[in-house]
Design a protein around this ligand. Sequence first.
Ligand SMILES: Cc1cc2nc3c(=O)[nH]c(=O)nc-3n(C[C@H](O)[C@H](O)[C@H](O)COP(=O)(O)OP(=O)(O)OC[C@H]3O[C@@H](n4cnc5c(N)ncnc54)[C@H](O)[C@@H]3O)c2cc1C
Length: 482
Amino acid sequence: MLDPGFLKQLLLIVTDDGLRTSDAQRHAYASDAYTLEKAPPGAIVLPNSTEQVAAIVKLCLVHGVPIVPRGAGTGLAGGAMARENMVLLCLSRMNRIRKVDIPNRRVHAEAGVVNTTLTKAVAPHGFLYAPDPSSQGASTVGGNLANNAGGPHTLKYGVTANHILGATIVLPSGDIVNLDASQPGLDILGIICGSEGTIAIVTEVVVKIVRAPEAIRTLLAVCPSVAVATKIISSIIAAGIIPAALEMIDQTILRVVEESYHLGLPTDAGAVLLIEMDGPEAGLDRLTAKVEQLCLDGGVVRVEVASDAATRAKLWTARKKAVGALGRLAPSHATQDGVVPRTKLPEILEKIEEIAAKYNLRIANVFHAGDGNLHPVVLFDERNKDEVKRVLAAGGDILRACVDAGGTLTGEHGIGLEKQEFMGLVFTPEDLDLQKRIRNVFNPSGLLNPGKLFPVHNTCCPHMDRPDNAELQLLARGKGSV
Ligand SMILES: Cc1cc2nc3c(=O)[nH]c(=O)nc-3n(C[C@H](O)[C@H](O)[C@H](O)COP(=O)(O)OP(=O)(O)OC[C@H]3O[C@@H](n4cnc5c(N)ncnc54)[C@H](O)[C@@H]3O)c2cc1C
């Protein structure tokens, strides 16, 4: 537990309203969207400004208290989970848009601004913020940057790192640094993107905005099976067409979304592909017809084209609300995030079916198919300890199968504490050592988000990394199984 004297000093920085320490409050923050572990933090602190964040970090440094940054807590890999000897520093109150700069196509916002708020702020001017994680109605731009979030439109527009022009960060020393991608020198922004809160706390961002496309065509390809759907994905890309989005939804998910939202989805389909084409009006119909023909040649049952904005919105509801709707099927679900080369999609989906059978689990699939980013969602009941063990084992098997297929451990959800011990599958000891040394330059005390991203226990790859004793000691002081 945290020292009362330390908590009193925290209170002086954030006042009554910005500090949460009761048991009920700590339990409310005991996990992010990672469902396989829970551990209440020692305290939750809700700063209001970069200066407050810096003061909190300096105080924690003096008292040797670890800090875990958190945005909205929608992370699926446990990156924003803390323990009882740690402070959870929640950026959600830093949610002001500082400047909308249309002529220079940029927005300056605090890190706790919710992703969709950016697009809402610029839509009246005909612009949008392109990174669109399916959690975009809740996740924050700071959390998106820390996890280098992707989304359905990543296929054409890229991940968060491709849209960040600058940031204000607080280092683990408490120093405030402004980063500007247009300036020469080392690419520190590049290191921060995807560092999962282990290098610095992002308090403000400057993001690029892009013109909303002149025209959009959204197609629903109704497929008899997952196998047909995955082959069509490869054939579209092989034809040299890059849709704005190319998503796959399997039958389990179609049915549960239909039960929840009554959208008129084809629940008898083996799978559907949600394909979006965008760009200048001229030529878009020709390209869309080509995609439609590729789908028909590939064996789809039919292709439905959304004729208006309302139908398009309905199709995207099916995709974006998919995981939430799974609550109808099981009390808990764990979303995996492996990546494979697109051409390996048919075989990896077969493999996932085998893994589900091996562990007697139900696994549904909804994912960013165009870039080979899988999201097998394992359905289970977290009260059933045996089932939890099987979910963990199945998750490990899925990751190994992705790596064996030439892919990797994460497309967008990050490593967090879920996948840290698997890092040895994709990195050599030398690679990992270099990454850790870079982290340690920024975070020499190890107090910023300890026990995340890098392996600490060597459970899966004992040859590759000696335990980091300082980090293990910090973890051992708080309860939890990190
Ligand atoms: C239903 C659902 C759908 C999802 N779909 C997608 C998707 O399509 N694409 C995708 O990429 N992800 C997706 N996610 C995962 C998640 O939403 C993203 O990882 C998102 O970027 C996390 O943002 P957050 O604000 O919730 O961050 P949190 O979960 O609070 O934190 C995530 C990580 O970032 C660190 N962090 C947070 N804020 C800061 C900060 N200001 N400074 C430094 N470090 C920080 C935390 O320590 C943690 O390691 C989905 C999650 C859910 C529940």
